[in-house]
Design a protein around this ligand. Structure first.
Ligand SMILES: Cc1cc2nc3c(=O)[nH]c(=O)nc-3n(C[C@H](O)[C@H](O)[C@H](O)COP(=O)(O)OP(=O)(O)OC[C@H]3O[C@@H](n4cnc5c(N)ncnc54)[C@H](O)[C@@H]3O)c2cc1C
Length: 924
């Protein structure tokens, strides 16, 4: 392609410019539009499927659901996880607004896991706090957001420009006034004049090189190359905690998380090669990652996610989540190795280093409204320094940024439609020229070193000299190297707009690498476990370093470091003392500036634009449908595709219905359940489940769904029962009748429906079912309902021939108070040959009254199976005030299993705290 002249450009203007259409960016755009702003959303990929949520999300890591956790607990936990260096007002926003965000997403159609009674099924994954809210059907999150963006009311205010990638934020008089970038398909030069700019470009995922050696095989979405970090830095904003890297556990040789969060509630856990659990840390943090790395490097390595001990149906359910959501290629990866969860545990490793606020703390410094230190510039999502903010925090801060930005536009901006500039204010031409040079210079020497080579080299240096363990000597080499590489990067060659995008990304990665090296050098202590492990300075130094380390670009181009004091806590955390009075920020010695890249003006050399390529490889009817979907069609417009003779087109029409959700979608999908082709019927069943939060629970819909209960297709019958239950449209008689269905999947849904109606007597009928899975569900259901009269049927189930049924029934005894004589049965079951049964018995005995259970539970602390010992410790926690139990728990603190040790420690600490509180209350 030819280099366009600097004046030959598409000029756009808007009130609020959002850069990055991922999690935070889409929410920012929606909120700003709802506040009346004209919004321009620039995305370098395509908003429909870009960013960390592209392939869905299997759970919310940090939901503070009333009744399950409190904002104070959450803020305290994040403060601990971040070694005290936290601006609590920001974390508090996520803690207090996360629940409303869950509700809002639900109104949009996102599905979160609920139990049979419609309560959020929050899980405790780590030993402290219950914040994980699973989304087993979360693969559609991004689709839902895109649907909302295209609602007429939002569409009228939000202009989306896909494949447009800003490279610099423009500033004037110290305020953000727009951005400059280019079209990654046509190469066209683009400027934007804006009243406020929100950066939501995600993490810097392409910093370190993955162990696989693949440039894009990163833990993070590889599109996120640190663009926002570099843009914020060059605009003069402060960044914070850049030395506190992101490192995550992941599957060895595969760029996906191991998903212990998903697997733990199903009974999976991390073990070393000796089969021992080894993680002592109670929450996700750099300490935990240090433990993981230590174990991998030790004689006890490698480490595994242990799943092979779980029953087949549990593994099938897990595969249903892990192989469809977040990283759907996971199943293919395992089968390519000839591995199956039934035969092989999953080898785990640690990821390459990256920068990310969402999983760690490295990001652009923001306040509680997502404002950066540059007026008019906001940052949200993984890019912002709000520690451990994850997905829900990205949504919350996107929302905050959208609301604040639209209410505080820069001078000269008024509400209008985002569009091509007519009367936009003058933009700084010198900055525009510099950005033009940055973007197009690789075209001037197309034969220069190609991006993959230069990027590989750059990121290998990151691994060699910046990744922990860090030392001053290595970091010094890193700074020198990255400074030198500015020249090599300026010499990269490109021939196409796509290659230009990649070359620009390498400049962002280099900027981030330099910031990471310099910040790591500046913080002369170790903190955050593996994230900032200085091998030459192994101690934490609170006296010198109980500070945020912020960095910024000075007007003369040099990098400057500021020690920002930690603000007084909103929620006290006993382990940390915030110095008082709060000291003043201290500016540290300025770091040396890398050689500036060659800057020369570029002459105009012809036309930039190229026609946008059309998608290829799909039948024309489907392409037609894809185009139609972009226009927000009604049901009548989609109907011909639903009636098409080609099942592929009908399936695509079902997918379009779920994307567009026109009026009458429920009936149309119910109709598709009767399709002659199985794949269309199953797509319709999946779609109904997916849309359950937005389908109107009307009698009409009920009538439209009921005929499908007579479908010869069991998958359809099961889905309809599930949807009727979730919409509360089914009477208990309907589920009771389905208990006689010939297919166990339908009977399982029938049990769930009956549990939702608290119909214990009907659920008890399923105790005699021929299927083991149904009997297990019946046992769990009876425990959930908790009707004391269920002790009878549970008494039958604890004698079942199948150990997994016995295990479930014994565990369910806890729900009905474990009354005599069943407590005796549970005690006897502690000697069962199957470890699952012994675990169930220990869990059931947790609810047994009196002291009779204590002795057998103490004995169970010597059980050879780690899960039995863990269940026994947890069951004994409520009895820790008894001297012999306390002694036994003291012994358990030395157990070889990390979970057993941790629960024993917690039980003793909680009891000591209760005793002290009682003593204080009685004046003792
Ligand atoms: C593998 C993985 C698993 C995760 N699992 C969970 C989980 O189970 N639960 C949970 O709560 N959280 C999870 N998270 C975290 C969560 O997904 C993120 O915190 C959140 O999605 C971040 O949102 P974001 O908007 O900052 O980034 P993204 O959603 O990634 O959006 C960034 C967007 O910016 C675009 N972009 C980048 N640069 C530019 C540019 N120069 N111009 C234009 N556009 C640009 C990108 O294409 C992308 O669309 C996970 C993250 C990962 C990577």
């Amino acid at each position: 392609m030819d280099i366009p002249s600097v004046t030959e450009r598409r000029e756009l203007e808007c009130d609020v410019l959002v850069v990055g259409g991922g999690t935070a960016g889409t929410m920012a755009a929606i909120t700003a539009a709802e506040h009346g702003a004209s919004v321009l959303l620039l995305e370098k990929a395509h908003v429909r499927h870009s960013g960390a949520l592209a392939m869905g999300m299997d759970g919310v890591n940090n939901a503070v659901i009333p009744g399950k956790a409190t904002p104070e607990d959450y803020v305290a936990e994040i403060t601990r996880a971040n070694d005290g260096i936290v601006n609590q007002v920001t974390v508090h926003q996520t803690a207090t607004r996360g629940f409303a965000m869950v509700k809002r997403l639900e109104r949009y159609g996102v599905k979160f896991e609920k139990d049979e009674h419609g309560e959020y099924a929050v899980r405790r994954v780590h030993r402290s706090g219950s914040y994980v809210l699973p989304m087993p059907e979360g693969k559609d999150v991004k689709k839902v957001l895109y649907r909302v963006l295209r609602r007429r009311s939002i569409r009228e205010k939000v202009r989306i420009e896909n494949r447009v990638m800003p490279v610099r934020v423009l500033t004037s008089g110290g305020r953000a006034v727009g951005a400059v970038g280019f079209d990654t398909r046509s190469g066209e030069f683009v400027t934007v004049s804006a009243g406020a700019v929100i950066l939501a470009t995600g993490a810097c995922g392409r910093l370190g090189l993955p162990a696989s050696g693949y440039l894009y095989g990163t833990y993070e979405n590889p599109t996120n190359a640190g663009d926002g970090y570099a843009m914020a830095y060059h605009a003069g904003a402060e960044l914070s905690g850049i030395e506190c890297f992101q490192i995550n556990p992941l599957i060895k040789d595969y760029n996906g998380p191991a998903c212990a969060y998903v697997a733990n509630p199903f009974g999976g856990y991390q073990v070393n090669a000796g089969g021992e659990r080894f993680v002592d840390c109670d929450y996700w943090s750099g300490q935990m990652m240090a433990e993981v790395k230590r174990e991998i490097d030790s004689a006890r390595g490698p480490i595994y996610l242990k799943l092979s001990h779980l029953p087949d149906e549990t593994l099938t359910a897990l595969e249903g989540i892990l192989h469809t959501t977040e990283r759907p290629t996971r199943g293919t990866f395992h089968s390519g190795r000839g591995h199956d969860y039934r035969t092989h545990d999953v080898e785990m490793h640690i990821s390459e280093v990256g920068l990310c606020g969402g999983h760690s703390a490295s990001g652009v410094w923001v306040d509680e409204n997502a404002r950066t230190t540059v007026p008019g510039l906001y940052a949200a999502g993984d890019l912002a320094c709000v520690p451990h903010n994850y997905m829900i925090g990205a949504f919350v801060f996107g929302d905050l940024a959208g609301a604040h930005a639209s209410a505080n536009l820069g001078p000269g901006r008024g509400a209008g439609n985002a569009g091509d500039a007519g009367g936009a204010g003058a933009l700084p031409e010198d900055q525009i020229r510099a950005a033009h040079e940055l973007i197009y210079r690789p075209l001037r020497h197309p034969g220069g070193p190609p991006q993959p080579q230069v990027e590989y080299k750059l990121r290998r240096f990151v691994n060699d000299y910046v990744a922990p363990p860090k030392t001053a000597a290595k970091l010094g080499i890193a700074v020198e190297t990255f400074t030198r590489m500015a020249g090599e990067i300026a010499g990269m060659g490109a021939r196409t707009p796509h290659e230009l995008m990649r070359c620009a990304e390498v400049t962002f990665i280099r900027d981030c690498a330099e910031m990471a090296a310099r910040a790591s050098l500046a913080r002369t202590e170790s903190r955050w476990g593996l994230y900032h492990d200085r091998a030459d300075l192994p101690e934490r130094d609170d006296a010198e370093w109980f500070f945020h380390l912020n960095l910024r670009r000075r007007d003369d181009g040099a990098m400057e470091f500021v020690k920002r004091p930690v603000a007084p806590y909103l929620v006290p955390v006993p382990e940390f003392t915030v110095p008082e009075p709060v000291p003043e920020p201290v500016v540290l010695a300025t770091a040396p500036e890398p050689a500036a890249a060659v800057a020369t003006a570029v002459a105009s050399t012809g036309q930039g634009g190229r026609p946008r390529p059309r998608p290829v490889g799909r039948p024309p009817r489907i392409l037609e449908l894809l185009e139609l979907a972009e226009t927000g069609p009604d049901l009548a417009a989609i109907r011909p595709y639903l009636d098409d003779s080609d099942p592929k087109v009908r399936r695509a029409a079902v997918a379009t219905l779920t994307e567009v959700v026109p009026a009458g979608v429920g009936g149309a999908l119910a109709g598709a359940l009767a399709d002659g082709h199985g794949s269309v019927r199953h797509a319709a069943a999946t779609a109904l489940r997916e849309l359950v939060e937005v389908l109107p629970a009307t009698p009409e819909l009920r009538e439209e769904l009921l005929p499908a209960l007579d479908s010869p297709d069991a998958q359809v019958r099961a889905a309809v029962l599930d949807v009727l239950r979730a919409l509360r449209l089914g009477a208990s008689a309907l589920y009771a009748a389905a208990l006689d269905d010939g297919d166990h999947r339908v009977r399982l849904q029938a049990v769930r429906g009956l549990v939702a109606h608290d119909a214990a007597a009907e659920v008890a009928r399923a105790a005699a079912d021929a299927s083991r899975e149904v009997r297990v569900a019946a046992a769990h259901g009876l425990g959930t309902i908790g009707d004391p009269d269920s002790a009878g049927p549970l008494g039958g189930l604890v004698e079942d021939a199948d150990p997994l049924v016995r295990a479930a029934a014994l565990e369910a005894l806890a729900g009905v108070g474990c009354p005599p004589p069943l407590d005796g049965v549970a005690v006897a079951a502690l000697a069962d040959p199957a470890w699952q049964v012994r675990t169930g018995a220990a869990r059931g005995l947790a609810a047994a009254a009196g002291d009779a259970a204590a002795g057998p539970l103490i004995k169970a602390l010597d059980d050879p199976h780690l899960d039995v010992r863990k269940a026994a410790v947890i069951a004994l926690a409520g009895r820790a005030g008894t001297p012999e139990v306390a002694v036994a728990l003291g012994r358990a603190c030395e157990d070889s299993d990390a979970d057993v040790r941790a629960y024993a420690r917690r039980a003793l600490a909680d009891t000591a705290a209760d005793t002290a509180a009682t003593a204080a209350g009685s004046g003792g």
